[in-house]
Design a protein around this ligand. Structure first.
Ligand code: MV4
Length: 501
């Protein structure tokens, strides 16, 4: 047990601010670090103290664990909160923090390391009877043996890198003839990307949902889950919209997946806030994928439906306090949705669109939360993640959360850069999203930039854009645009409005 009086936040942007807010409410003083590109950033102004740790590149600043630990020693810091990204899942850093006599607000270096290896993670959870996708349990060394297993599992199969995760280092193989070639490519990719060429095979689940379960573990062996987040709306493994609870989980399935998540956490003696990822197939079978050993970007939707402050829980756990609730004390209230607002142009293949926030006015009102790190007039630096804000709504049910999100998107005023706001509105109004009948292929199925054609200047051109989208989709034999997209001529005109405002 140690009371934390001063925290250094080894991060930037919205998550640095979000962590500092909770620390302040707990009477804990805050130290920001920043790079030369972030001198004027909000997280620097918000902190009680701030130290420049190096150049604009992450490798010169936010990733400099040695400098960060020195700053802690110099300023009498008790604990480091790593946020997400940067050093948050770096086991060596967590170890160095510990060796310096500081508290790492997160799991043990051992748990980070174990879960960093997909194969080691699978082996560790195997004794808990956790459902896993059929495939190999070990790294493939013998290509003939691998072919046999692939044939048993049935094509298509997926080759995954053990050191990968979040979609990195994955390859779909359609048939046995291309197996050997794909396998060799996967191994060489994994070797150059991760310095570890270990790969394994899984049956390919064609159109899964991505459901993840939030867990919390304390230093006394108590572990609870905080229900699920549905994260299927992604593009190129980058989540865009998340919600809690999922529209498709029954109470029984929620309890079963929750218990599995708790067991995964037990398998690595997990301490702190973590997330267990599952795939859910169309028959509602679920499979353990991996565990993320950090606070995730989308944690606010869990906070909204549980009423808990996850950062405060992390800090209390790091102080050695027991969890103040048991599983049976936890329940879901209402529904929450998060839209990630990226500085990207959805009409132009989501290319990063950096520049100055000429206008930046946040939406407000009951059930609307904005976690961001920018103000009007600021430049979006090119060096970091292009996410500028997380727009989170909370309603008594899913429909109300959707209505609030659409209203909040309309109220948000951003000019100077293109953002994913109009894209978010398209998804929120889409019949497949509204009905809850969607999976990880949503964007692939329903989104083409043509549907978003915003260069039109009058309604006839809007209609032409929608028609062009229909023709294109028919041509590709994809499902037609939703009734909502058609009846609402505005899908295009509203985006234009959102742009020009
Ligand atoms: C899969 C899969 C299908 N079958 N594994 C992507 C992220 C990484 N955590 C695992 N991923 C997947 N693993 C099997 N056996 C499909 C994906 C996948 C995916 C998963 C979650 C969310 C979005 C996704 C998009 C494409 C592929």
């Amino acid at each position: 047990m140690k009371n934390i009086k001063k925290i250094l936040i080894a991060n930037r942007g919205e998550i640095a601010l979000r962590v500092m807010r909770s620390a302040k409410e707990m009477g804990i003083s805050t130290v920001a670090i920043y790079s030369e590109a972030d001198r004027n950033a909000l997280h620097v102004r918000f902190a009680d103290e701030a130290v420049c740790v190096g150049g604009p590149k992450s490798s010169e600043s936010y990733l400099r664990g040695d400098i960060i630990i020195d700053v802690c020693k110099r300023l009498g810091v008790d604990a480091i909160h790593p946020g997400y990204g940067f050093l948050s899942e770096n086991a060596a850093f967590a170890q160095q923090v510990k060796e310096a006599g500081l508290i790492f607000i997160g799991p043990s270096p051992e748990a980070i390391e174990l879960m960093g290896s997909k194969l080691a993670a699978k082996a560790a959870v195997a004794r808990y009877n956790i459902p896993m996708v059929p495939g190999t349990e070990h790294a493939i060394t013998d290509i003939e043996e691998a072919k046999l297993i692939a044939a048993q599992v049935g094509f298509p199969i997926l080759i995954k890198a053990s050191a990968g995760g979040g979609g990195k280092g994955m390859r779909v193989v359609e048939d046995i003839d291309s197996f050997e070639e794909q396998m060799q490519l996967a191994v060489s990719e994994a070797t150059s990307a991760f310095g570890d060429g270990s790969v394994f095979i899984e049956k390919y689940i064609g159109s899964p949902r991505h459901i993840e379960i939030q867990v919390l573990g304390d230093t006394h062996g108590n572990i609870v889950h905080l229900f699920e987040r549905e994260c299927s709306i992604q593009r190129r493994h980058q989540k865009v919209i998340e919600e809690a609870p999922s529209a498709v989980l029954t109470p029984a399935l929620r309890e079963e997946m929750g218990m599995c998540a708790v067991n995964v956490a037990k398998a690595c003696d997990y301490i702190g806030a973590g997330t267990v990822e599952f795939l859910l197939d169309e028959n509602l079978n679920f499979y353990f994928l991996e565990m993320n050993t950090r606070l995730q970007v989308e944690h606010p939707v869990t906070e909204q439906i549980t009423g808990l402050d996850l950062v405060k829980e992390q800090i209390k756990i790091a102080e050695g306090k027991p969890l103040p609730f048991k599983q049976e004390n936890l329940e879901i209230t209402g529904h929450s949705i998060e839209l990630r607002v990226y500085a990207e142009d959805p009409a132009n293949n989501f290319l990063p669109d950096i520049g100055r926030l000429e206008t930046y006015v946040r939406p407000q009102g009951l059930g609307v939360r904005v976690d961001d790190g920018f103000e009007q007039g600021m430049d979006i630096p090119i060096y970091y993640d292009p996410m500028i804000a997380k727009l989170v709504t909370f309603g008594k049910n899913r429909q109300e959360a959707i209505e609030k999100m659409i209203r909040a998107i309309d109220e948000y005023q951003i000019t100077g850069i293109e953002t994913t706001l109009p894209f978010g509105k398209y998804v929120l109004q889409h019949e497949a999203f509204v009905s809850g009948n969607f999976d990880t292929k949503f964007i692939q199925r329903y989104f083409t930039p043509d549907v978003l054609n915003t260069t039109a200047t009058d309604d006839s051109e809007d209609i032409a854009a929608v028609l062009a989208a229909i023709l294109l989709q028919q041509h590709k034999q994809l499902p037609a645009p939703s009734a909502a997209a058609l009846s609402d001529t505005s899908s295009a005109s509203n985006w234009r409005k959102n742009r020009l405002k």
